[in-house]
Ligand binder design. Structure first.
Ligand code: NAP
Length: 311
């Protein structure tokens, strides 16, 4: 359902999975009078022009932000500080400047010092994604029923936060506001640690001497393949996330290692009761996620199964 334009001009810096999904959804819902975008490479900019989703594709970040009422940085978190420094003198007074980075405290620390008085800084993180990247990977439905976390620094005008909330709500998201530090702790356990584990296990399997790589791939339906989806996520983005959220990730990793030691001990001692108790608890968490609509109830993540036909 369209709500009509919320901003006259929206500038998206970066047009990959997230920027491209915002553009598609905002256009579909008519949330912006005009959508301007840019990307780092000429190749991406050309592709965005071919896609015909936005009103204008410009060459530079500075051109993109001219007269924009909402500017969203849709780029790796490590690039947010330098881009903020580049556009600072060109932002429209009263504009809202935001981002979509998966880490918040470091983005606030890197961007805030560059932003002039009179613009409203409201960082955001849509907790939605896929393992794909690039201008073709986005889709308008990505944010539907997913959470978008806003982390306005202290002193941010409530009106600006509410306007950005309205924008994300119209994109289909549910919005929550928290501090950047709390966001980083929550995401360290719900997103960053799972990615680290997936990157580790897929790497470990690849290096095993006793089991060949072709066997790992062939028998991956035993569970391994579900890790490979996460481990296929964009390498640059994830390098930046671990560098930027180091403290929270290390804290969660410490707790994880303790719990892994407990399970290791239970296996070594043949303590079936401890294993059963643990696995029963984790199964209930999965059910809770399905119950609140954050994943499908279909078995095997809803993968289609071929029909067995009688020979
Ligand atoms: P993506 O598909 O790889 O797109 C990234 C975009 O940023 C591209 O347009 C790229 O331009 C541009 N870019 C890359 N490096 C840059 C730099 N140094 N300076 C300026 N622009 C640069 O990435 P994405 O998945 O949309 O992720 C973008 C942001 O969203 C990241 O901060 C990530 O943490 C956050 N996020 C991602 C997900 C997810 O699941 N992917 C979910 C939530 C939030 P070129 O194409 O020209 O290189």
């Amino acid at each position: 359902m369209s709500t009509g334009p919320i901003f006259d001009r929206v500038a998206l810096i970066g047009f990959g999975l997230i920027g491209g999904s915002i553009a598609r959804a905002a256009r579909l819902q008519g949330l912006a009078g005009e959508i301007i975008t840019t990307a780092r490479s000429a190749k991406t900019r050309e592709r965005v022009m071919e896609l015909g989703i936005v009103d204008r594709v410009v060459e530079t970040n500075v051109e993109a932000v001219q007269d924009a009422d909402l500017v969203i940085l849709c780029i790796p978190v490590g690039a947010c500080g330098p881009v903020a420094a580049e556009i600072t003198g060109h932002l429209k007074p009263g504009a809202i400047i935001s981002d979509v980075g998966s880490v918040k405290a470091s983005v606030v620390k890197d961007m805030a010092p560059h932003l002039p008085a009179g613009v409203h800084f409201v960082p955001a993180h849509p907790v939605a994604g896929t393992e794909n990247s690039g201008p073709d990977s986005g889709f308008a439905e990505l944010f539907i029923n997913r959470w978008c976390i806003l982390t306005p620094p202290e002193g941010t005008e409530a009106k600006a936060t509410e306007k950005l909330r309205a924008f994300w709500t119209a994109l289909g998201a549910k919005v929550e506001v928290m501090t950047p530090e709390h966001h980083d702790l929550v995401l360290a356990i719900t997103s960053h640690l799972p990615h680290l584990i997936a990157y580790t296990i897929v790497g470990t399997a690849d290096e095993l001497a006793q089991v060949t790589s072709s066997e790992v791939i062939k028998f991956s339906a035993g569970g391994f393949r579900d890790f490979t989806r996460i481990a296929a996520s964009d390498p640059t983005m994830w390098r930046d996330i671990f560098l930027a959220n180091k403290d929270a990730v290390l804290e969660m990793l410490g707790t994880f290692n303790e719990d892994l030691s407990k399970l290791t001990r239970a296996i070594r001692r043949g303590d079936g009761e401890a294993l059963l108790e643990h696995f029963t608890r984790t199964r209930a968490i999965r059910r809770g996620i399905v119950e609140i609509g954050q994943d499908s109830a279909a078995p095997d993540f809803g993968r289609p199964h071929q029909q067995l036909t009688k020979k």
